[in-house]
Ligand binder design. Structure first.
Ligand SMILES: Cc1cc2nc3c(=O)[nH]c(=O)nc-3n(C[C@H](O)[C@H](O)[C@H](O)COP(=O)(O)OP(=O)(O)OC[C@H]3O[C@@H](n4cnc5c(N)ncnc54)[C@H](O)[C@@H]3O)c2cc1C
Length: 493
């Protein structure tokens, strides 16, 4: 089952706490191993296959250890899934028409079509930002003014707390609670619940300014929003979106490179010697024992050390790898995901929407992200779709770019009628159709990665493997770094 679909189901059946426990189990906060110290590698030649985050981290560390490094990349650009689109860029999905990005030429107008945010505890990737001087800014991942299923997030959260606190207060001292509670604890719990839920003296929830205002205070006192009805609140799908920022990898404030996520891969590449990266040369075969990589242009390259940082699916197709390893790689489940961005006047800021995510779980587009930078400029780039659910992502991916844009505008107009006639330059990426990715991320079934890891991390001849799919954080750049460090730790002296 897909990770995020699994979380939704767990949340729906067992509640948010259980979903967070699953999230914690799937994405441990301290997954990144320590950065390895490499043996001196002067006089050795290293081949790195793939110029994504994992490949570039491997290349940089091998270079720092003194090896002569050559990175072989199939695509005409570096970065892999770290893809940032700007005015004039072109995009080719398999069997799709060329999309040309029509945004206004402006450094603040970019679309992070792959990774867009970094959690504060992803210190592997953040460490490279620090040492390579990649400027970061805050990305607002949760905005209480943004809407969840049409309701302000702040109201959903405050009303749910109020309702739950009121119920718990009623149950306290009635013998309905299983846990033994002493009289002193009961009093402390009562006081805590009153504060937690913003309850009145009678222990009733009647609304709170935490939920935001129906009429904002100014010269008048303002008027609170009336609490949402219990029938509206008692919807697991509503809470599954509303509590998103409780996830350890999805805090309310996150980090992003100023100017686009691809600033990180650009900085990694810039720290390599000239001509260390060769673009547009797909690797078509391997001879691990000899350290050979066969290229689509008919040439071969040889290395004393070879690190593949290719996606699992692509690696699985390369002749020369052991049949057992290829079968394991081919069997790793992969998830589709799609994003769409468009340019529009920043009408949302006059509605208090400075960054953050609107959730539309019943729609195909699922999410809309307001930009966290460039505030009060006349126009900006709105992320108009970010789709994780497999069925929705595949359906969206099957549409032509113009059909995706029409669908997104129609679904988003329920939230923002202002978009009609004002949105321009839509561009979309369906990752299962991107030729050198063919998926958004790996989605191992629980326990299977750990079982496959010893065989996958063992050297095969001169070949070692890296790639976020190998880590406990697939779908995160931190996972790519962790996998790179894992491979580097196995480089012989
Ligand atoms: C929609 C989406 C959202 C994401 N959001 C986030 C986020 O917010 N934060 C975050 O940290 N991470 C996020 N990620 C995950 C992040 O993009 C990845 O974890 C990371 O970029 C993976 O790096 P990698 O080097 O392991 O793989 P890749 O980036 O896939 O690199 C593999 C490289 O191999 C190349 N290649 C493939 N086949 C061949 C071949 N035969 N020969 C030569 N080269 C080849 C590819 O072109 C590519 O450059 C997201 C990903 C997606 C798709």
């Amino acid at each position: 089952m897909k990770r995020r679909a699994l979380l939704r189901q767990v949340a729906a059946v067992a509640g948010t706490g259980a979903a967070l426990a699953v999230l914690g189990a799937l994405a441990p906060a301290a997954a990144t191993p320590p950065r390895p110290t490499l043996p001196p590698l002067a006089g050795k030649r290293a081949l790195v296959l793939g110029a994504g985050v994992a490949g570039l981290v491997c290349a940089l560390e091998l270079h720092r250890a003194g090896a002569e490094v050559l990175v072989l990349e199939a695509a005409p650009r570096i970065g892999g899934r770290s893809l940032t689109l700007r005015a004039g860029d072109t995009l080719h999905e398999a069997d799709g028409p060329e999309q040309r990005v029509g945004f206004t030429q402006d450094p603040a107008f970019y679309f992070n079509a792959g990774p867009a945010r970094i959690p504060h505890h992803h210190q592997g990737i953040l460490g490279y930002c620090r040492e390579l001087a990649v400027p970061l800014e805050v990305l607002v991942n949760e905005n209480r003014a943004a809407r969840v299923q049409g309701h302000p997030l702040g109201q959903v959260k405050a009303d749910l707390r109020g309702v739950v606190a009121e119920l718990a207060l009623k149950a306290l001292g009635t013998g309905l609670l299983d846990a033994p509670v002493t009289p002193a604890e009961t009093e402390r719990l009562r006081a805590m619940l009153r504060h937690f839920g913003a309850l009145d003296r009678q222990g009733r929830y009647r609304g709170t300014s935490r939920a935001g205002w129906a009429e904002a205070p100014g010269m008048t006192e303002g008027r609170r929003r009336a609490p949402l009805p219990l029938a509206t609140l008692a919807d697991p799908a509503l809470w599954a979106s509303a509590d998103f920022a409780e996830g350890v990898n999805y805090a309310a404030t996150m980090l992003a490179p100023v100017g686009g996520m691809d600033r990180i891969v650009a900085a990694l590449a810039a720290a390599l010697p000239p001509f260390a990266i060769r673009l547009g040369v797909p690797v078509t075969g391997l001879d691990p024992a000899q350290g050979l990589a066969r290229l689509a242009d008919g040439r071969t390259e040889r290395g004393d050390i070879v690190i593949s940082a290719l996606p699992a699916r692509h690696l699985a197709e390369l002749p020369g790898l052991s049949a057992e390893r290829r079968a394991t790689l081919a069997a790793i489940p992969q998830a589709p995901s799609a994003k769409l961005a468009l340019e529009a006047p920043r009408f949302w800021e006059a509605q208090g929407l400075y960054g953050g995510i609107a959730w539309l779980p019943e729609s195909t587009v699922t999410q809309a992200w307001y930009p966290s930078h460039g505030f009060h400029a006349p126009r900006g780039i709105l992320l108009g779709a970010y789709i994780w659910e497999e069925e929705k992502a595949l359906r969206f991916a099957a549409l032509a770019p113009a059909e995706r844009a029409a669908l997104a505008l129609s679904e988003l107009s329920a939230l923002h009628p202002e978009l009609a006639g004002q949105a321009s330059a839509p561009v979309s990426v369906a990752w299962n159709r991107m030729p050198w990715a063919r998926s958004a991320w790996a989605e191992w079934a629980p326990g299977t990665r750990e079982a496959a890891l010893p065989a996958l991390t063992a050297p095969e001849g001169r070949l070692l493997l890296a790639g976020d799919w190998l880590s406990a954080l697939p779908g995160w750049q931190e996972g790519a770094v962790a996998s790179a460090w894992g491979a580097l730790a196995r480089v012989p002296g």
